[in-house]
Design a protein around this ligand. Structure first.
Ligand SMILES: NC(=O)c1ccc[n+]([C@@H]2O[C@H](COP(=O)([O-])OP(=O)(O)OC[C@H]3O[C@@H](n4cnc5c(N)ncnc54)[C@H](OP(=O)(O)O)[C@@H]3O)[C@@H](O)[C@H]2O)c1
Length: 251
């Protein structure tokens, strides 16, 4: 449980190598020796990250296998991840992929849906129950503004994220009376390896700015945050545009 100063003792990061996820983990107020559990498909990469976190004042760092394309035994996976209680659980799994390929290749389209939505649902169901039983903690789920209105450039990714966003908001409504905070994070363009091949767009931001926004919202009343915050209003405007105008906007 977070201490009297609001410092966390334990955090679970699903998407254990995510640049944004790790920036959030590193930015959280924490006690010395706070424990971390990293879950993802690339164990060697997460073990390197675990070693680095160990030199930064974190305590025990565990690494668990989790592949959203093959989510076997979600109950066992989450039970293992919750061998200790967690004050913060971050779901930062994601795959932008390539829309041009996904538009022609059903397997690639399904892969995008699996990694960004379907493969996360079983774990989220179990995590929701665990947090409810704990009676405390914050679940942070990485959504995106791309889920708010589909665009030709990334509509499969956007559709998957819209599903994840809606599912998470429903989950929030079902458990937030139990002392649990559920935070949906909708960043715009964040400069990470996921977007390294793309030209930055207006309101681009950094993983550290996302981390700052999450930390600021921790334990408060916020349910959904946009990063940067101005995107809340930009997206409200974009959602209201007629489709014929929206489609003419630059990609
Ligand atoms: N960067 C942006 O502009 C941006 C904007 C809005 C929202 N987001 C969201 O923020 C989150 C973090 O993104 P990021 O920028 O930090 O990208 P990132 O560093 O590429 O992180 C993505 C994470 O997803 C994991 N992953 C990929 N395929 C997986 C699979 N089959 N099963 C399980 N995990 C898998 C990756 O693991 P491996 O390293 O092992 O592949 C990695 O840990 C994602 O949900 C993303 O959609 C990003």
């Amino acid at each position: 449980m977070r201490d009297a100063l609001g410092r966390i003792q334990s955090v679970l990061l699903i998407g254990g190598s995510s640049e944004i996820g790790l920036a959030i983990v590193r930015g959280l107020p924490r006690i010395d020796g706070a424990s971390v559990c990293l879950a993802g498909p690339d164990r060697p990469e997460m073990e390197q990250i675990a070693t680095a976190l160990g030199t930064e004042g974190f305590g025990a760092v565990r690494v668990l296998d989790f592949d959203a394309c093959a989510p076997t035994d979600p109950k066992g996976f989450v039970a293992n991840a919750f061998a200790t209680e967690h004050d913060v659980v971050i779901v930062a799994t994601g795959y932008l992929g390539d829309q041009a390929t996904a538009s022609q290749d059903p397997d690639m389209a399904l892969r995008l849906i699996d990694i960004n939505f379907r493969g996360l649902v079983p774990a989220l169901v179990e995590i929701g129950q665990r947090l409810k039983t704990q009676g405390h903690g914050t679940l942070v789920v990485m959504s995106t503004v791309a889920g708010e209105r589909p665009r030709v450039a990334n509509y499969t990714y956007g559709a998957a994220k819209a599903g994840l966003d809606a599912f998470t908001r429903g989950l929030a409504a079902s458990i937030d009376h139990a002392g649990v905070q559920v935070l949906v994070v909708r960043p715009g363009f964040v400069r990470t390896r996921m977007t390294a091949h793309l030209a930055p767009v207006p309101f681009s931001t950094s993983p550290d700015k996302v981390a700052e926004a999450v930390t600021a919202a921790l334990g408060g009343a916020s349910k959904t945050i946009w990063v940067p915050g101005i995107l809340r209003w930009v997206m409200r405007l974009l959602r209201a545009l007629p489709e014929s105008i929206f489609r003419r906007l630059p990609a």
